[in-house]
Design a protein around this ligand. Sequence first.
Ligand code: GDP
Ligand code: ZN
Length: 450
Amino acid sequence: RPAASPPDTIAAIATAPGRGGVGVVRVSGAGLAAFARELTGRDPQPRLAGFTRFLGAKGEPIDEGLLIYFRAPASFTGEDVIELQGHGGPVVMQMLLDRCLALGARLAEPGEFTRRAFLNGKLDLAQAESVADLIEASTAAAAQSAVRSLSGRFSQEIHLIKDALIDLRMLVEATLDFPEEEIDFLEKARALPRLASIREQLEGVLDRARQGALLRSGLNVVLAGAPNVGKSSLLNQLAGEDRAIVTEVAGTTRDALRETIQIEGIPLHVIDTAGLRDTSDVVERIGIERTRRELERADVVLRLVDAGRPGETEGGTDIDLDLLPGVECITVINKIDLCDLDPARVEHDGRVELRVSAREGLGIDLLRKELLRVAGWHAHGEDVILARERHLLALRAALAHVRLAGDQLSALELFAEELRLAGERLGEITGEFSADDLLGVIFSRFCIGK
Ligand code: GDP
Ligand code: ZN
């Protein structure tokens, strides 16, 4: 990357809005030792937390707390960074921030700290994204996967595959200069087994990335069924003890109809259609529109039936389930405790039926397993790569080029070209070939202060 003009100094409140015991203002730029001296009246010691007063323009104290000075390049952004840990009230934090702005900083844009870390080579793009993923993780499993990506595990695997692609391509290109040897090339260089091995590695990563995508975004589940069939009871049973732990992403408006629970760390966004119907009574048109939108996003519909009253399947819903193509539908026969049925998973005509008792907790494990099966979840925590849609696209495209390469064995130029294209797509993941507008899109989704 060409060296740009020296970066300006940026500042932002790094802690979440609201009141807290401690709040942090983060500053990044050049020459921040002088900045810290003006702010506190003394020289900062790199990497030592010092208790100090934070002073206003006239030397009056604004707050007191800790100042930590990270000298470039040993910092998150690779620039000089100072962190001011003050008292976490909105007014104090704003005064501290204003003071930093008065000292020449400007307000950071969302994700700008992480963007600088990326531009200074502190993180690659996949790692930078995992910073946001970690902050936004809605389950512990997703958070752990994000930490692994942040530590570079995902990036390393991509690099290994890319290196293998480059090695093979260099061999092919070297052979191109000696056309009489082309025939022997594939044999001698073991090109085919090497290509096959690259393909297998890519397939493995893609599969684990798909699992990660699931961990990231979860599954949209719709609960349908007549009033009193046991929808709320079933939701409670599915949520189990984890229920209280699951929270919505801070700052988003909470939708009372949508509840997020988790099964083996997979977030399930459950919509109770009873709530949707109630809404439609009040503002009918909006309600119906909303029902339709929710259902469009559904991955699975759990259609509850009362074991004692099988006729009333859809008495309570305005939803024609046949209008949902591509959505898995699981029939759940509830209240089996009332009619002496055993919990079971039954399949007839390709339709899955589960017999449970939400109140007695019978058959709930079967239902959990069924939901994971429908989701396509088969991974074990450690292996999962918390991929984004753009990673999946790049992996799929790279794999397609590698497969095409295998079809081009009679034309080594084309073989080499497919390898090159595959490597280029992998490079997009770590950010080696990323256009500025892509960076803009990625970092603008961060919160300010990150
Ligand atoms: P919803 O209107 O579909 O959300 O139904 P609820 O979950 O509120 O349950 C309605 C009533 O059915 C409550 O009194 C529950 O205790 C009862 N119920 C729910 N599941 C079962 C079950 O498996 N067995 C029995 N016997 N009662 C149940
Ligand atoms: Zn209910």
